[in-house]
Design a protein around this ligand. Structure first.
Ligand SMILES: Nc1nc2c(c(=O)[nH]1)N[C@H]1C(S)=C(S)[C@@H](COP(=O)(O)OP(=O)(O)OC[C@H]3O[C@@H](n4cnc5c(=O)[nH]c(N)nc54)[C@H](O)[C@@H]3O)O[C@H]1N2
Ligand SMILES: Nc1nc2c(c(=O)[nH]1)N[C@H]1C(S)=C(S)[C@@H](COP(=O)(O)OP(=O)(O)OC[C@H]3O[C@@H](n4cnc5c(=O)[nH]c(N)nc54)[C@H](O)[C@@H]3O)O[C@H]1N2
Ligand code: SF4
Ligand SMILES: [Mo]
Length: 735
């Protein structure tokens, strides 16, 4: 291993939920060419941190280029305007915070706390998340704090809680080295969690017979290219597939009767439900050969260990929670949980979406995996925060989409958006634009200046981002990493938690919000997790700095260790009975199935080299070169009758809008399904607002919208637009 140069810093990558360890190399380090950033400051170098147990020195192209994104286009001072048609003017932090506090006070007096809402992000550090909870749920008295995790992980959160009694992925990355079957469903791991995928591939290359990779995705992807078995199911039919697998495994008696009897409940109802899901019916509904279904059931049933990995292909659905439960059912049926190489493992999207869950960062949660509806949970948190009993509202607050609806109806006075870009990432974008335009005060805390959401804000607050503020992040395998500050923030940019704390103090809660450092904030949070499943109480900034990243549970007094920690190895679950629950739910299918007028299903996802709304990755020429433009994937059987050729421009229409994109005609997608990337918002030169086409219907339990499917029609655009002049609904929305 190359020795660490003096002054190098260890941190976690601030992109995906794999949470790889990075080693940041100071600009003056030997062998580093001196490159400079937008301000002429020397650039830090990046390499994988070999001592980080989650990634063992590996890093993907986004992690490797993160330092190139840190300076360009930053917001460096607070900016304000009275109305959306005026230009922004610089103001001081004092004035900015005064105007927020004045609005909160006037809203509290006229409408009550429900007129105030914050929409945060899995890209917050855990300290940002925590102080935001305390401000909204404690000091202001509204649970209207939600995060973009609602669009991302909320079905996994709800699914784990329903089936196992608590949120919290039970597995470790090390399970990839031991599983006999890797079941990848609704995840393009190769592009979205690249370092994990490479770990699996490397094993497969070294010992080809040791693991069988199964991928379930309506598209052929870089992930399915490595699969032994790829089931290109019809979008939205995953729960049908899972019931079909259960049916076959029960029939073949490849189930774990002892585990079912001793560690689960609800089996009878489940066994009855899946009787109807015969292989013939399932293969017809899913649009896959019956032989492939049988092959998979046999594989799973006979495997000594099955590890399932999933992400948005399951979560982003009107039956997202049922799909997650459907997958967990299969693990309970076969006893594939709480042991090495096995378990239902949701891959977290963002670098700290996990930490957000632990800090209580959704509208129904409180810190320490607690909920607002539980009186004893509220009492513990109120006491810890030293607010009066009853300070926390017992009703869940507005989730992401309901915040939009509240703006639409005029119920919200203040919408504070932080570390997310909803004017690209929310569904039904034209409706979002109209709703946001009605809100009297829209505040945006962002690190970058020209985001789509900034075009709809009145007040822009410059955020110090990763590398400029110390804080903690938690990755998909429950590993907690300290991310130190090693560069100065630009201009007047401040850490988000400091801004939230300042608002709390100016509202009169001086003592509750007088933190001296991020370490103090973290210490307060860890105390609130003591005795809970997500126990951080033995962790601190100091311990993480000296001992390196640690997995939770880490109760007070735990010895630091690199040994993998798994949950539920004793087969005892945090439900009332101590047993895990089978959930018997009938599949419902898509909220908006294809119809005569809109005969295709549009699905929307990601490219390897771009991160969400491109505020960071679009600043790296190497990443842009990987994907020069957004492309509509369409099968030749669908493209042919439309006269659509490879490379021609297509118009894509849904009930909510019309956009254009260049078509790539490919057999890699299922006939009847088309695909667009989510990344290119209306501020991009090649705007392609996929989310203008999507509807907002959501899972009734998790409230996660169905961002993976909407019915569309595609037509050929007669005039081929020159590259860079890609028109879209966006033009109308651009201010
Ligand atoms: N490069 C890159 N990596 C990222 C991100 C990024 O923006 N860029 N974002 C991060 C975040 S926040 C997240 S949440 C994750 C997301 O990670 P993934 O969920 O892996 O990514 P997506 O591309 O959104 O969707 C995954 C796959 O679901 C498939 N799919 C669509 N409909 C269905 C269906 O009905 N059933 C099944 N089985 N599959 C379906 C799509 O074809 C797609 O290939 O990625 C993280 N990593
Ligand atoms: N159709 C469709 N839509 C989707 C999805 C999909 O698969 N399909 N995926 C959904 C999912 S899973 C997700 S996670 C969302 C992601 O969607 P967004 O959250 O909207 O995407 P990002 O571009 O990551 O936005 C993060 C913002 O935070 C800023 N930022 C970075 N660091 C900091 C910081 O420390 N502080 C502050 N204040 N700002 C910071 C960045 O500049 C950027 O503007 O999109 C969702 N939308
Ligand atoms: S796999 Fe994810 S966490 Fe790891 S370097 Fe790539 S983007 Fe960063
Ligand atoms: Mo996500």
């Amino acid at each position: 291993m190359a020795a660490s140069p003096p002054g190098s810093v260890r941190s976690q990558c601030p992109y995906c939920g794999v949470g790889c360890g990075l080693e940041l190399l100071p600009p003056a380090a030997k062998n580093q060419p001196t490159r400079r950033d937008a301000d002429g400051l020397p650039l830090w170098g990046t390499r994988g941190d070999r001592r980080h147990p989650s990634s063992l020195g590996q890093v993907c192209i986004k992690g490797a280029t993160v330092c190139d994104t840190l300076r360009h286009g930053r917001l460096s001072q607070p900016l304000a305007r009275a109305s959306l048609d005026e230009p922004f003017q610089p103001i001081s932090w004092d004035q900015a915070i005064d105007s927020i506090v004045a609005r909160i006070r006037s809203s509290l007096a006229s409408k009550g706390p429900g007129a105030i809402a914050m929409y945060g992000s899995g890209q917050f550090h855990i300290e940002d998340y925590y102080v935001a909870q305390k401000l909204l749920k404690g000091a202001i008295g509204t649970n209207n704090f939600d995060a973009n995790s609602r669009l991302c992980m909320s079905s996994a959160v709800a699914g784990y809680a329903r089936s196992l009694g608590s949120d919290g992925p039970p597995c470790c990355y090390e399970d990839l080295d031991h599983c006999a079957v890797a079941f990848l469903i609704g995840t393009n791991t190769a592009e979205c969690h690249p370092v994990l995928f490479q770990r699996l591939l490397k094993r497969k290359r070294r010992q080809p017979g040791s693991v069988t990779i199964v991928v379930v995705d309506p598209r052929q992807t870089a992930t399915s290219d490595a699969a032994d078995l790829h089931l290109a199911i019809r979008p939205g039919t995953d729960l049908v597939l899972m019931h079909g697998l259960a049916h076959l495994m029960v029939q073949a008696l490849t189930i774990d009767v002892e585990f079912i009897e001793e560690s689960t409940e609800g089996f009878a109802a489940y066994a009855e439900l899946q009787q109807a899901w015969t292989p013939e019916r399932v293969s017809r509904l899913c649009g896959i050969p019956e032989a492939a279904l049988r092959q998979l059931a046999q594989l799973w049933g006979q495997a000594p260990s099955v590890l399932s990995l999933w992400s948005m292909g399951l979560n982003q659905s009107v039956e997202g929670t049922a799909k997650v439960a459907g997958l967990i059912n299969l693990h309970l049926l076969t006893g594939q949980i709480g042991k090495v190489g096995a378990g239902p493992f949701s891959l977290t999207g963002q670098p700290n979406a996990m930490g957000g869950r632990e800090a209580g960062g959704l509208a129904h949660l409180l810190p320490g995996y607690r909920t607002v509806v539980d009186p004893s949970h509220r009492a513990v948190v109120e006491a810890a925060w030293r607010f009066e009993a009853g300070a926390i509202d017992p009703a869940p607050g507005l989730d992401a989409w309901r915040q939009v609806e509240a703006m639409e109806s005029g119920a919200l006075d203040l919408w504070w958006v932080a570390a997310t870009n909803p004017l690209v990432s929310m569904p039904n974008l034209e409706r979002v634009k109209a709703a946001v335009s009605r809100c009297p005060l829209v505040v945006l805390s962002d690190a970058y200046a020209d985001t789509e959401t900034a075009q709809y804000a009145h007040l822009l607050l410059p955020a110090a981002q990763w590398s400029e503020k110390p804080g903690v992040m938690v990755n998909s395998e429950r590993r907690v990493t300290l991310c130190p500050a090693f560069r100065p923030p630009p201009g007047e940019a401040r850490p988000d938690w400091q801004v939230f704390a300042e608002v709390g103090r100016r509202l009169g809660f001086v003592e509750s919000f007088s933190y001296g450092s991020a370490a103090e904030v973290y210490a307060e949070l860890t105390a609130l997790t003591a005795g809970r499943l997500c126990d951080h109480s033995g962790l601190s900034h100091a311990l993480l700095a000296s001992e390196g990243p640690q997995q939770w549970p880490f109760p007070c007094g735990s010895a630091p260790s690199q040994e993998p920690r798994r949950l539920y190895t004793d087969h005892h679950f945090p439900t009332a009975s101590g047993r895990a629950r089978f959930i018997a739910e009938q599949p419902m299918g898509l909220a908006e199935p294809p119809s005569d007028g809109y005969p295709l299903v549009l699905t929307v996802g990601r490219y390897l080299g771009q991160w969400h709304t491109m505020t960071r990755t679009a600043k790296v020429p190497r990443l842009n070169a990987l994907h020069p433009e957004p492309l509509l994937e369409i099968h030749p059987e669908d493209a042919g009758p439309l006269g659509l050729e490879d490379g021609s421009m297509a118009e894509i229409r849904s009930l909510r809008g019309t956009i254009t994109a260049r078509a790539t005609v490919t057999e890699r997608i299922r006939p009847g399904t088309v695909f667009l990337p989510m990344h290119w918002g209306f501020m991009q030169e090649q705007a392609c607002e996929a989310n203008a086409l999507l509807h907002e219907q959501a899972c009734p339990i998790s409230r996660q919208p169905e961002l993976k499917a909407a019915a569309v029609a595609v037509a050929r655009v007669q005039e081929v637009a020159p590259v860079g002049a890609n028109s879209s609904t966006s033009a109308a929305g651009r201010l």
